[in-house]
Design a protein around this ligand. Structure first.
Ligand code: PXL
Length: 275
């Protein structure tokens, strides 16, 4: 059976479930041939007090040169935390040189939350990302990222209705379908989807606990589901359900991320793999 070959481009944070630690197993478990292009190696993600970071921009270029000689092409791309504006430029080249005909590009801007940029980022990174999303088919910003990309001031009390104005403004900068993630309304969490000039919404019960890395988990499950034929709404609903199942299975503190391994073993693989 032919499976789609996806390249996911994000950092490898060695502790704390996020980025490649999450994307690789989730995409694989959903049946995708998953290739990785690590953008940086971190001791752990940057919500912990201390971290080390090795930027891989230089090695990424070597990897792409070898891939070019081997003639590799990809059916889809999923990008997440990239680490620096320099990496964003390399990713842009990667899209143009390694896309199969009709390759789908899914970009999670992954540079901030709660109105603030992650510690490694500044305005230069946002500008580079604003340029990168012009190449995307689908982008998955949260409200913080949408505001930064559209040049609008972030307000934590933005309602889904007023978020539509932000999304429309963002759509002036990219032809991509926009999936605004992590929106909230009374007791619910969901996505606001803008595609072909039309809005739709997906809502589910909001769980009381918040965890690090849920955006990355959502993006990986969403990408797999969408690329395998679910529409935007169905892919959002199933990916949200996947994240919620992980949260419900998690005992450890929020900074270590969601117990998605439980969900992979019990649901995606139907618990058949080790029996
Ligand atoms: O989950 C996003 C993410 C990915 N990678 C690193 C991060 C973060 C968010 O803080 O620090 C290194």
């Amino acid at each position: 059976m032919l499976s789609k070959r996806i390249l996911t481009i994000q950092d490898l944070s060695c502790v704390g479930r996020c980025s490649l630690i999450v994307a690789l197993p989730v995409l694989s478990a959903y049946g995708m041939e998953t290739c990785v292009l690590p953008t940086a190696v971190l001791s752990n993600h940057t919500a912990f007090d201390k971290w080390s970071c090795l930027d891989l921009t230089y090695e990424m270029k070597n990897i792409l040169a070898a891939w070019q000689e081997n003639g590799f092409l990809f059916d889809a791309f999923l990008t997440g935390y990239l680490g620096s504006a320099g990496v964003v430029d390399v990713v842009k080249t990667c899209f143009s040189d390694f896309s199969n005909e009709s390759a789908e590009i899914i970009i999670d801007p992954a540079f901030g939350d709660n109105g603030r940029l992650y510690p490694a980022y500044d305005g230069e990174y946002v500008t580079a990302m604003a340029d990168l999303i012009k190449s995307a088919d689908i982008i998955l910003p949260n409200l913080t990222e949408a505001c930064f990309l559209a040049g609008i001031e972030y307000r934590s009390d933005t309602s889904p209705e007023s978020a539509k104005e932000i999304v429309k403004r963002l759509a002036e900068y990219t032809p991509a379908a926009i999936v605004l993630t992590g929106m909230e309304r009374a007791g619910e969490i969901g996505e606001l989807i803008y595609s072909g000039g039309v809005f739709s919404e997906v809502w589910a019960e909001k769980l009381p606990r918040r965890f690090h890395g849920t955006g990355d988990l959502f993006a990986a499950a969403f990408a797999a589901l969408y690329l395998q034929g679910s529409g935007l709404e169905k892919a959002c609903a199933s990916a949200g359900d996947f994240v919620a199942a992980g949260i419900n299975a998690t005992d450890s503190s929020c900074i270590y991320g969601v117990n998605f391994e439980y969900v992979l073993n019990s649901r995606v693989n139907g618990n058949r793999c080790f029996t």
